[in-house]
Design a protein around this ligand. Structure first.
Ligand code: FES
Length: 164
């Protein structure tokens, strides 16, 4: 719907996409949808750009979701060889839980977005900002966060970790 001088007109009958009415700018539904679509496209493109992988990490598109593989024999991933070691890859924190097991969780605390860390002695992911604590399965153990962290499946084959 477009407002021209305070009166509504159907966008299908109005060829003018943007109308200035004193102190208000309005647009047609088509233009609004176009802006939303373009904004949505940018939102879909930006995360994949931000989570681009270095040569020792690869991202595969299997058609339904993305998988990240980490080569543990690469020196840049050496922190993941030690129990308690972590590495942040894109929006995911990967942690070595000991006994050759790993966890991968969304790194952004659901309270206010800080990056969580891993605590081997308690097998938890505390948030350094306001004290929330998450289990290795993403459950909130202590607030102020109320929503869990997303957990990604991790498999290990030889020196390759596959997340997702
Ligand atoms: S941002 Fe994590 S507890 Fe506030």
């Amino acid at each position: 719907m477009t407002l021209i001088n305070g009166k509504s007109k159907s966008s299908e009958h109005n060829p003018v996409p943007v109308v200035y009415t004193g102190n208000r700018i309005t647009m047609t539904r088509k233009d609004l949808l176009l802006k939303v679509f373009l904004g949505g496209t940018a939102a879909l493109v930006i995360p994949s750009t931000l989570t681009s992988c270095s040569k020792d990490e690869t991202e595969e598109d299997n058609g339904s979701n993305n998988k990240v593989t980490i080569d543990l024999s690469d020196p840049s991933n050496a922190t993941l060889l030690n129990p308690g070691g972590t590495k942040v890859i894109g929006g995911i924190i990967v942690a070595n839980k000991g006994s050759d097991t790993y966890a991968a969780l969304e790194k952004r605390c659901t309270h206010d977005g800080c990056t969580v860390v891993y605590e081997l002695s308690t097998n938890t992911f505390p948030c350094p900002c306001h004290g929330s604590v998450f289990s290795a399965t993403g459950t909130v153990l202590q607030g102020p966060a109320v929503l869990p962290l997303k957990v990604y499946p991790v498999t290990k084959s030889g020196n390759i970790l596959t997340i997702g």
